[in-house]
Design a protein around this ligand. Sequence first.
Ligand code: FMN
Length: 312
Amino acid sequence: MTDLSTPLATSIAGVELSGPIVSAAGTGGTCTELADVLDLRCLGAVTTKSITAEPREGNQPYRVVDVPGGMLNAVGLTNKGVDAFIEQDAPRLAAQPTVFIGSIAGHSIDDYVKVAMAFEAVDSLPVVELNLSCPNSTSGRRFTDGPGELAEVIRAAREVLPTTKMLVKLPLLFETASTMASAAIEAGVDGLTMINTVPALSIDVETRRPRLGYGAGGLSGPAVHTPAVGMVRRVYEEVTRDAGVPIIGLGGVQAWEHAAAFILAGASAVGIGTTLFHSPAAPRRIGRGLARWVATNGCSSLSELIGQMDAG
Ligand SMILES: Cc1cc2nc3c(=O)[nH]c(=O)nc-3n(C[C@H](O)[C@H](O)[C@H](O)COP(=O)(O)O)c2cc1C
C-alpha cells in the first residue's frame, strides 16, 4: 500500500503518511476522483470534500472566478450529505494507496456531531478535519468568532471520536491565531490545518455587480501563500512546538519551494488545493523537489527540517 520508508515520510497525529503533500478539502472531488488525473501514491493523504449532515446544493453560479494571484470561490459546500457518502464513497476508500482525511462542515454543533459519528465508524478514515472556517455559506453560528465558540464544537466532536484523530481547520488569523490554536488544542484536537480561503470580493465594474453569484467569496492560490506561512510560523513558535501538535500548512502551494517554506515554518505536512485544478502533476513534481532539497540539506528525512527556519 503506502511506502513509509522514503525520506519524505511524515506523520500527522501519529498517522503515518508516505509523503507530506495532502490534497485540500473541496479541491479534488468528493474523495477518490483525483485518481482519474494523478497517481494517489503521490499524495500522503487526500482530504474529502467537506461533508455535511444533509445534502447541499451549494450556491448559485458563478461559483468560481479567476482573480489576480489566484481564484475566488463561493461553491457553498455542495455535497451529497453524510448518508450518501457513507453508502457510496466510504466503501471505496480502503482499496486506495493513500490515507483519507474526512472533512466535516455544518451549521450547528449537532451537524458536526452527526457527521463525526458516521466517520468514526469508517476504519479507512483515520483522521477527520473540522472545517469551521468556510466563508461561503450563511450560517447561524460562526465557530471561529472566539475561543469559546471554537472549543464548544471541538469538545462535542471529540466525545464521539474516541479513536479517530481530529484536526481543526482554521481561517487566516493574525493577532488571535495563537489564542485560537491553544483553545482548539485544549478542547481536544490532535492537529491544526491552516488556512482556509480568505474572505474576498470581486466586482464587475461594467455591471456593478459581484462577479460571483453568491456575492463575496473565498480567495485561494498564490496570493494567500505568504500570509499562510506567516500564520503557521506564529502558531508553531507560540503554541505547537512545545505542545507537540502537528500542523498541515495550506495555501498557495504551486512549487516545492512553497512546500519547503511551510515545513521550515513548522508544518509537518503541506496541503495543495487550487494548483490541482490546472496542474494535477504538481504533487509528483513537488515531491521530487522536496526529496532533492532534503538531500541538499544533508538530511536523511524531511522531518529533520520541520520548523528549522533560521531566524538570523
Ligand atoms: C473550489 C474550492 C472549494 C473548496 N471547498 C472546500 C471545502 O469543501 N472544505 C474546506 O475545508 N475547504 C475548502 N476549500 C479551501 C481549500 O481546502 C484550501 O483551504 C484553500 O483553497 C487554500 O489552499 P490553496 O491556495 O492551495 O487552494 C475550497 C477551495 C476551493 C478553491
